[in-house]
Design a protein around this ligand. Structure first.
Ligand code: AHR
Length: 509
């Protein structure tokens, strides 16, 4: 089998891969928060203040860098003061977006911040622009981050928290073009300026305000927001109302009405999925290009704060709960996304998979009856790739291109790879998304030799294979031997539908 040549100059570090590209998202949706992260203090499951400790432990093993909360669409109907104070006095609301179920507000600000502390993750709070007020959002920032004495500080202290928390990431609403208020880009830009202005930096807590961005390929939305920076005048650069803007992109095989099944799919569906996943490169390139026109110095960050697969819900589950299984195919979608993220490390500062537990492309699924916890194939990609966090990206040149296959009117590259270096170590991630054909990649490592090579593989007999409480390691990483030294680097054999990581110590030549 001829190998795909890939040249990597290991002594030419590129932009640092922000660890926040491995971020997460927890919405009040289905069983993500309630039953997923939070089971209440009376639960038989081991918990601290109601927070599931096995979930915390599993996520800590990923070096989870941040957690976005409380939504999503829920964020724009959430009123934070409902979620503080004694639980028995917190008002009940209806979660109209997700299942029309009652929300008792037992998981609120203090519970979320305690969760972040347990996880060792930075909080990313999405404030309510759609149905909230500027004052409400401004008060929330004061409640969380102000020291000394003030009305909100006194309220926080009454609720048992003396010290302010540190909160950097602050979302100015969510999907303002849709569930977040059905606004036009110009209308939202004006709102973002107002809300962003009154979300103050208290003391040395500096907010990183993230404006709600485009729906997928809507570049005009990004342009409208970016233009605002110039309109504020030079004196305000970088603009005070936002430090970043976001975009959302989901991978589905069918239409929004019939998205495709999570486990019951064929090879054609698989390839269509991979084409959709790979388009995230086009998406990030498009938004980055627009941003470059207005901000060539790259002061404003691009945040992909919702991404992942979105399938029809599992049969028999509440359609509003977005509970789906997660197969080897989902893992390959994650592998493709991370390669693209690493290539865009110069502009992309954060990405958050939707969502961490029991919703959409989850890391963790829990059984509603027994509570049993299952790590998904996607979890394993996050774990195998965690060495890329805060590493210097390395450019990969492909003198002969990549193997491709025709998928309808598209051409899909069936091999994908990316590389980084950190602390004298090289990490290369490789995916072969071909359902049936193996591939070999010849890594030509220039500017340094690699020793002490170790590899792992994530694959399974079928793309549809997934983990369950009864077979929790049906798709799990194993040590991998089919990596051989060559005169100029390494040759990696990639079985059909596999994800492989190769790492080793770099010695300068
Ligand atoms: O992640 C599920 C939903 O998808 C989010 O609430 C919303 O922002 C997006 O449409």
């Amino acid at each position: 089998m001829s190998a795909v040549p890939a040249v990597i100059n290991v002594d030419v570090p590129g932009p640092v891969i922000n660890r926040h590209l491995y971020g997460h998202f927890a919405e009040h949706l289905g069983r993500c928060v309630y039953g997923g992260f939070y089971v209440g203090e009376d639960s038989d499951l081991p918990n601290e203040g109601g927070l599931r400790l096995d979930v915390v432990e599993a996520l800590r093993a990923l070096n989870i860098p941040n957690l976005r909360w409380p939504g999503g669409c829920f964020a724009d109907e959430y009123h934070w003061t409902d979620g503080i104070g004694p639980k028995d006095r917190r008002p009940v609301m209806v979660n109209t977006h997700w299942g029309n179920v009652e929300e008792n507000n037992h998981f609120g600000t203090h519970e979320f911040m305690a969760l972040c502390e347990l996880l060792g993750a930075e909080p990313y709070i999405s404030g309510n622009v759609g149905s909230g007020t500027v004052r409400e959002m401004s008060d929330w920032v004061e409640y969380l981050t102000r020291d000394g004495d003030s009305p909100m500080v006194r309220l926080r202290k009454e609720n048992g928290r003396e010290e302010p928390w540190r909160v950097r990431f602050w979302g100015l609403g969510n999907e303002a073009w849709g569930c977040g208020g059905n606004m036009s880009a110009a209308q939202y830009a004006a709102e973002a300026r107002r809300f962003g202005t009154y979300c103050r930096d208290h003391g040395d807590n500096k907010l990183y305000r993230i404006a709600a961005g485009a729906n997928s390929f809507d570049y005009a939305w990004t342009e409208t927001l970016m233009k605002q920076l110039g309109e504020l005048g030079c004196a305000y650069r970088p603009a005070p109302f936002m430090q970043a803007l976001s975009v959302h992109y989901y991978t589905l095989t069918g239409t929004w009405q019939d998205k495709g099944q999570a486990t019951d799919f064929g090879t054609d569906d698989h390839y269509r999925t991979m084409v959709q996943a790979a388009r995230v490169d086009e998406l990030l390139t498009g938004h980055s290009n627009v941003m470059d026109c207005y901000d060539p110095g790259r002061n404003v960050g691009l945040v992909l704060d919702e991404w992942g697969t979105w399938w029809n819900v599992e049969p028999g589950t509440n359609p509003g709960f977005l509970y789906q299984q997660n197969t080897l195919r989902d893992a390959l979608v994650a592998g493709l996304h991370f390669d693209v993220f690493h290539r865009h490390a110069g502009r992309l500062v954060m990405a958050n998979i939707a969502q961490t537990v029991n919703v959409l492309q989850a890391m963790i699924l829990t059984d509603p009856e027994s509570g049993a916890l299952v790590l998904t194939p996607t979890y394993h990609v996050f774990e195998m790739n965690k060495g890329h966090q805060d590493a210097a990206s390395l450019r990969v040149d492909l003198p002969s291109g990549l193997p491709t296959r025709e998928v309808g009117e598209d051409r899909l590259a069936t091999v994908s790879l990316s590389a980084s270096r950190k602390d004298g170590r090289l990490l290369v991630s490789l995916s072969n998304v071909d359902a049936d054909e193996a591939a070999d990649v010849e890594l030509d490592l220039r500017g340094g030799a690699v020793t002490d090579v170790q590899a792992r593989i994530l694959t399974a007999g079928r793309l549809q294979d997934h983990n369950t409480p009864e077979a929790s390691a049906a798709v799990a990483p194993r040590p991998y031997e089919q990596v051989t030294a060559t005169a100029s680097g390494l040759r990696v054999h990639l079985p059909a539908h596999s994800f492989v990581t190769v790492e080793g110590r770099l010695d300068g030549r």
